[in-house]
Design a binder for this molecule. Structure first.
Ligand code: AMP
Length: 284
């Protein structure tokens, strides 16, 4: 049976006991509403670590005012059984009060990386993410922590935070899991109505097309971006936030694609704002 832990103290004691007995801890932070994307992270942790901790916490600090914190899908019972089947040993499920006592006043800010891409339109988002992930690392004390490439900017920021703050753990990036038609799995896909759901496939289609152009030798990032924008704009219900081609580590925009790069986009499809990204590989 999966063990459910709700307090910081109890989770830390459990992690200490596991570490003392030489058990490796794999950690998968989530906001719940688990789908195959999350489950692939849990399975990855299961295959590499003796004990697997999954956190389920909808983190208010990473939602800006007016975003979907209140409506965010929640299904704790369903999540517990899915996580257990995928291989979780412990579910850490704290309350907001447990994570953010009123006297708390410390945040973690990863500069530069947090200001580009999603950081432009989601003020404070990555500070909320970095702060909660730092806390969760201190609470669950993992040897390895698993994050999806689906949220590529988040993965890069967490890696940088762990390196900059000398956190003694390995951040593992896992590939994006997609629906059959290519749409990246996301808890927010549940907000799409059937017509928006059909239109949303264009996100991956445009990225895939860009990837193929680059593999055939297109070097001009602006041309690749423009091609993707036109494809997306030709679908109804879409409104582009950004389409970028960036250095995979610094997330700074690049002009000439002569080394492996990352293409990322954020697009509103109806109301929901969806993100996706792929690796771009120029011919060698
Ligand atoms: P979330 O619950 O949305 O905060 O996501 C928790 C973790 O699951 C993050 O590391 C995400 O990047 C990862 N994740 C979400 N969707 C996917 C997906 N489609 N494929 C792989 N990982 C994912």
């Amino acid at each position: 049976m999966v063990e459910i832990i709700e307090t910081v103290r109890e989770m830390q004691e459990k992690a200490d006991a596991l570490r003392k007995s030489g058990v490796s801890i794999g950690f998968v932070p989530t906001m719940g509403a688990l789908h195959e994307g999350h489950l692939s992270l849990i399975r990855g942790a299961r295959s590499e670590c003796r004990s697997v901790v999954v956190s389920i916490f909808v983190n208010p600090a990473q939602f800006a005012p007016g975003e979907d914190y209140k409506q965010y899908p929640r299904d704790f019972e369903g999540d517990c059984s899915k996580a257990e089947t995928a291989g979780a040993d412990i579910i850490f499920h704290p309350s907001v009060e447990e994570m953010y006592p009123p006297e708390a006043s410390t945040v973690v800010k990863v500069q530069e990386l947090s200001e580009v891409m999603c950081g432009r339109s989601r003020t404070g988002h990555f500070c909320g993410v970095a702060s909660v992930v730092a806390k969760l690392f201190n609470i669950t004390k993992p040897h390895r922590a698993y994050f999806g490439e689906k949220d590529y900017q988040q993965l890069v920021i967490v890696r940088k935070m762990a390196r900059d703050l000398d956190m003694d753990l390995t951040v593992v990036g896992m590939p994006t899991i997609r629906e059959e038609d290519g749409l990246a799995m996301s808890s927010r896909n549940a907000y799409l109505n059937p017509e928006e759901r059909r239109a949303a496939v264009v996100l991956f289609r445009s990225l895939k097309d860009a990837g193929e152009r680059v593999a055939r030798g297109e070097k001009d990032a602006e041309a690749v971006i423009q091609g993707a924008r036109e494809m997306i704009e030709s679908e109804p219900y879409t409104s582009i936030d950004y389409v970028v081609v960036v250095d995979p580590e610094t997330l700074q925009g690049i002009k000439e694609i002569v080394c492996p790069a990352r293409m990322a986009l954020a697009v509103k499809v109806g109301k929901p704002r969806l993100i996706d990204n792929i690796a771009l590989h120029p011919p060698s």
